[in-house]
Ligand binder design. Structure first.
Ligand code: PAF
Length: 285
């Protein structure tokens, strides 16, 4: 398994493989790899001849009061997981390779970044859009994989790749969960034992919202109240947002017609957790 540290070596490696007719699958990450990432790597392994995983804790997507300094970094463990999964190359550049002195360009996808995570974390999505543009341009994958757990990020990346004709197809892989429903996230390691016990309430709230829609509820505001009520059963959990949205625009849906995405974010102490659940209404014929 090759460890690539510079942008030029990354681009050269990819060009060489493409010349040899090798297809490249790409899994962009910030490291602290878990079973969710493993699922993305396996999907890439199945679909492409070679797999690249990037491990880069991207500073531009963290706000000044966020957890950049303490974000889990564990390259040795990540390397072992990648080697076990047959990854061909890890792209792990230092910060100044991605953002050399004089770096200026910012990529933004204003309307998809406006609400939800965009409101809670101003500039977060500009950082994501900028780094993903750079990564896709350097790695030049045939297919890249993003996790559905970060639904808004995945929607934004799809739009970005389409608008800027970035290389490769973007695929979104279903969320991987613990047995009790908690969506896997690198930030779960921050949870205390008590918080970990309470955390699946977000999944339960989304399930309750989806069940209400399946039972015929069509008013977005009512579904939102049902989800909030479930969250409030856990006193240590603060809801940040629970929303019923149009899956393509992420705007709130007053009335659910056919498809909706239920989005949720909660806070447990200083830890923020996200999750979502797509809902499709089957009209009886
Ligand atoms: O989801 C992540 O891990 C990051 O936001 C990404 C897509 C690797 C960009 O830094």
């Amino acid at each position: 398994m090759k460890i690539i540290r510079t942008t030029s070596a990354m681009a050269d490696w990819s060009r060489r493989l493409h010349r040899e007719g090798v297809t490249i699958g790409f899994v962009p990450t910030m490291g602290a790899l878990h079973e969710g990432h493993r699922a993305l790597i396996r999907a890439a392994r199945l679909a492409c001849d070679a797999v690249v995983v990037s491990i880069f804790v991207n500073p531009t997507q963290f706000g000044p009061t966020e957890d950049l300094a303490k974000y889990p970094r564990q390259l040795r463990l990540d390397r072992a997981l990648c080697a076990k999964e047959g990854v061909d190359a890890i792209f792990a550049p230092p910060v100044d390779a991605m953002y050399p002195a004089g770096f200026q360009t910012i990529v933004s996808v204003p309307s998809l970044a406006r609400l939800w995570e965009g409101e809670a974390r101003p500039h977060h999505f500009q950082g994501v859009a900028t780094v993903v543009t750079k990564l896709l341009s350097l790695v030049h994958p045939d297919i890249s994989w993003f996790g559905q757990k970060d639904f808004q990020q995945a929607a934004l990346v799809r739009q970005l790749a389409k608008d800027l004709n970035l290389p490769g197809i973007v695929r979104v892989h279903p969320t991987v969960r613990e047995d009790d429903g908690l969506a896997l996230s690198s930030r779960n390691v921050y949870l205390s034992a008590e918080q970990r016990d309470a955390a699946p309430v977000l999944y339960h709230a989304l399930q309750a919202g989806a069940a209400a829609i399946r039972d015929g509820e069509r008013r977005g505001a009512v579904v939102q109240r049902i989800m909030t009520r479930v969250i409030k059963t856990e006193r240590s959990v603060t809801p940040e947002y629970l929303a019923v949205c149009d899956p393509s625009t992420l705007e709130p849906l007053p009335t659910i017609q056919r498809h909706a995405i239920l989005l949720g974010a909660i806070r447990l102490g200083t830890v923020r957790l996200l999750d979502n659940m797509p809902v499709a209404i089957r009209h009886k014929s």
